[in-house]
Design a protein around this ligand. Structure first.
Ligand code: HEC
Ligand SMILES: [Cu+2]
Length: 482
């Protein structure tokens, strides 16, 4: 070390200085964190998801007082579906705890007197038996205090570890505790807290009413709901997380399980940095990152273009059929250099094996000259299109997916206004709409279809599944464009 320092001094004026400094920083990380000196006491600010407390910045290590209350309460799993959640701090996931390495955390766990069961907490950030579980086991109407020193920086899961452990976790008893390194994590513009969990209910996905926990399904790992932040739609529509073009977003992402590993992915973004497994190793330029049950990850990415970015578990049926779907809404100016939007429409002729491009003007002329196809032909062509373009969201019988994609079958919204329906396929749709008495607040992307294709697909939809048999003409589509 001494020789090293001397070298640094020798080269102080040269560019090598920076690399010496980096070496010293690295050396710091290896100092014995159990020896970090504590200066003063402070109360920890805890936040409920998707928010996180303020960064620690350059504050010194302190005695950090954390008070956590366990609350058992009924909440909403999905539209018309309720569930008795067991929570740390009243939310699923539980309150976010933010500390720095070397803090002495004095942790008090209180079990609300109205609760029915004893609970405890196992924090993966704790070095000690049971991660605190043995010292924190607490009956309703009681509280327990224990303390621990944070020795390793990283993002850690905490959870209840009272028997049957799986059941306590399955009911929502998990959250995240962040231990920042000396000096804090690098500054970013937006930080959010997201945690995945799998849920097991007596009734299958969508079955209404208060749904009790199903132990048999949990043992089989046959989840009815896989969700972010405790419920279907916790982070969609007007509850989406937000950022502005040019900002860097950092997500603290956990996976409470109890069973499933998450294939965490943001559609239309690439993670610039991933703290693998919530630790110190940073990977770069990652599409999908794996989060084990009882594990975490920190991802960072700059948002360059505006739009709605869908956050999913890329085990994709979980996203579109079980609820593992959230949204990040980015506002700001378009950047056509980075992302063009639709530049040209083409018609694909499988027989010819070529993609023929069709500039907008030519298309109009062709449409003017072409006669309206016979109804049966339109329905047949429209069905083909439906099965490749619309089917993924609105489903094969137009039945949609509850809370995600509205039905087209017997849709009062569809049948009330043809022009509006054409507009939706032409331009996409976002914002709250009510279909057959149910509210949807989601995103339908603009569909890349020609005028005659839109006429065909809508004619097929209107002539199927009990709809009002409207024959949508190419001229109506052209009218709607004006
Ligand atoms: C990526 C998923 C997705 C695809 C693909 C998609 N839609 Fe939609 N669609 C939606 C969503 C989500 C809404 C509701 C938007 C909102 O909440 O504002 C919607 C709404 C609608 C509505 C109005 C509401 C209703 O149920 O009557 C119509 C009509 C519709 N879509 C037709 C189509 C047609 C026709 C196609 C294929 C050409 C299609 N959609 C493709 C997701 C999709
Ligand atoms: Cu518990």
């Amino acid at each position: 070390m001494k020789i090293f320092k001397t070298l640094c001094v020798l080269f102080i004026a040269s560019s090598i200085f920076t690399s010496c400094k980096n070496e010293e920083k690295k050396a710091l990380a290896y100092t014995d964190t159990s020896e970090i000196y504590i200066k003063g006491t402070m109360d920890a600010v805890l936040t409920s998801p998707p928010f996180v407390p303020a960064p620690i910045g350059d504050r010194t290590a302190k005695k950090l007082i954390v008070n956590m209350e366990i609350i058992e309460k009924e909440g909403t799993m999905s539209d018309g579906v309720t569930y008795i959640y067991w929570t740390f701090g009243g939310s699923v996931p539980g309150s976010f705890i933010r500390t720095r390495v070397g803090d002495l955390v004095e942790f008090t766990l209180s079990n609300h007197p109205d609760n029915k069961l004893p609970h405890n907490i196992d924090m993966h950030a704790v070095t000690g038996p049971g991660g605190g579980a043995t010292s924190s086991f607490v009956a309703p109407g009681h509280s327990k205090t224990f303390s621990f020193k944070t020795l390793n920086p990283g993002l850690y899961v905490y959870h209840c570890a009272t028997a049957p452990v799986g059941m306590h976790i399955a009911n929502g008893m998990y959250g995240l505790i962040l231990v920042e390194p000396e000096g804090g994590l690098p500054k970013v513009d937006k930080e959010y807290y997201i945690m995945q969990g799998d849920f097991y209910t007596k009734g299958d996905n969508g079955a209404k009413g208060l749904q009790p926990f199903d132990m048999t399904k949990a043992v089989k790992e046959d989840a009815d709901y896989v969700v972010f932040n405790g419920k279907v739609g916790a982070l969609t529509g007007n509850k989406a997380i937000t950022a502005n073009v040019g900002e860097t977003v950092r997500l603290y992402v956990g996976n409470g399980g109890p069973n499933l590993t998450s294939s965490f992915h943001v559609i239309g973004e690439i993670f610039d940095k991933v703290h693998i497994e919530g630790g110190s190793l940073i990977n770069e330029n990652v599409q999908t990152t794996s989060i084990p049950a009882g594990g975490s990850v920190i991802v960072e990415f700059k948002v360059e273009v505006p739009g709605t970015f869908i956050i999913v578990d890329h085990a994709i049926f979980r996203a579109f059929n079980k609820g593992a779907l959230a949204m990040l809404k980015v506002s700001g100016e378009d950047n056509k250099k980075l992302y063009s939007g639709v530049r040209q429409e083409g018609i694909y002729h499988p027989e010819g094996g070529t993609i023929q491009t069709m500039p907008e003007n030519d298309q109009k002329e062709m449409v003017v000259n072409s006669k309206e196809k016979p109804l049966a032909q339109k329905i047949a062509d429209g069905k083909q299109l439906y099965m490749t373009t619309c089917f993924a969201c609105h489903q094969s019988e137009g039945q949609g997916i509850p809370n995600a994609f509205p039905p087209l079958a017997k849709s009062d919204y569809l049948n009330a206004d043809v022009k509006r329906a054409i507009g939706i396929v032409l331009n996409g749709k976002t914002g709250e709409i009510t279909i057959n008495g149910k509210k949807y607040n989601s995103v339908m992307t603009k569909q890349t279809l020609s005028d005659s294709e839109i006429a065909d697909v809508l004619t097929y939809v209107y002539n199927s599944w009990g709809n009002n048999k409207t024959n949508v003409t190419v001229n109506q589509v052209k009218e709607a464009k004006k």
